[in-house]
Design a protein around this ligand. Structure first.
Ligand SMILES: CC(C)(COP(=O)(O)OP(=O)(O)OC[C@H]1O[C@@H](n2cnc3c(N)ncnc32)[C@H](O)[C@@H]1OP(=O)(O)O)[C@@H](O)C(=O)NCCC(=O)NCCS
Length: 180
């Protein structure tokens, strides 16, 4: 199946919410990473969706601004979700490649995520805990990862990861809730 990757559009919000519900379930908001997203909009320049040949949204990726130790800006990747019907057809990898390249092009220096090591390691993600990076809540350290978007960007960086409210422009307009 052919698919195309396009920037997320304001009217995609409801379809993405449904996709996340299917992929991660209703308990996802309890996860530690959601603390970092509360009251913060996803970065609009790094939100992409995959559309099938009929133009129907089948996958989504978003990133959020974060601050490490209140001083080093970084981006938090996720959620990445693919419609289970279309799993294994390359949408996830294509969204990863496209968005990581865009993040680097836009000048972001570091990317963090919580996810399956075997899926993300091929994209250059390594365990984050050995660098002294911490999240504000429980996380399975085997799932906590970092990737330099600029070579050497991790030098000297460590500490607690926090929210970066105001770092992203509103994607959905005022009054809309951040989803994901
Ligand atoms: C995980 C997910 C994003 C993968 O997207 P996808 O489009 O199905 O995957 P792709 O087609 O790009 O890649 C398929 C490859 O990834 C591997 N893969 C898929 N999910 C994996 C996982 N959780 N861990 C390790 N490898 C995984 C497949 O085995 C396959 O390997 P191959 O290329 O060697 O055959 C998607 O299945 C999904 O949305 N899952 C539910 C939500 C989720 O887990 N999101 C990721 C956060 S951890």
């Amino acid at each position: 199946m052919n698919f195309s990757i396009v920037p997320e559009r304001p009217f995609d919000a409801a379809a993405i919410e449904m996709l996340l519900q299917v992929a991660f379930g209703p308990d996802r908001h309890a996860k530690t990473v959601y603390k970092l997203r509360e009251g913060v909009e996803p970065l609009p320049d790094l939100a992409f969706v995959a559309l099938d040949e009929g133009g129907v949204l089948q996958a989504s990726i978003r990133y959020w601004p974060i601050l490490i130790d209140r001083r080093w800006p970084a981006v938090l990747l996720g959620p990445l979700a693919v419609n289970p019907v279309h799993k294994g057809r390359g949408m996830g990898k294509a969204l990863m490649r496209h968005s990581l390249a865009e993040a680097a092009r836009l000048g972001h220096r570091l990317c963090l995520l919580v996810g399956d090591h075997d899926y993300y390691a091929p994209f250059g993600f390594v365990h984050a805990a050995p660098f002294g990076l911490k999240l504000p809540g429980w996380v399975d350290l085997d799932r906590f990862h970092v990737r330099e978007l600029v070579p050497g960007a991790m030098a000297g960086v460590s500490g607690m990861v926090g929210r970066a409210p105001g770092a992203g422009r509103s994607l959905m307009g005022s009054g809309a809730r951040s989803v994901g």
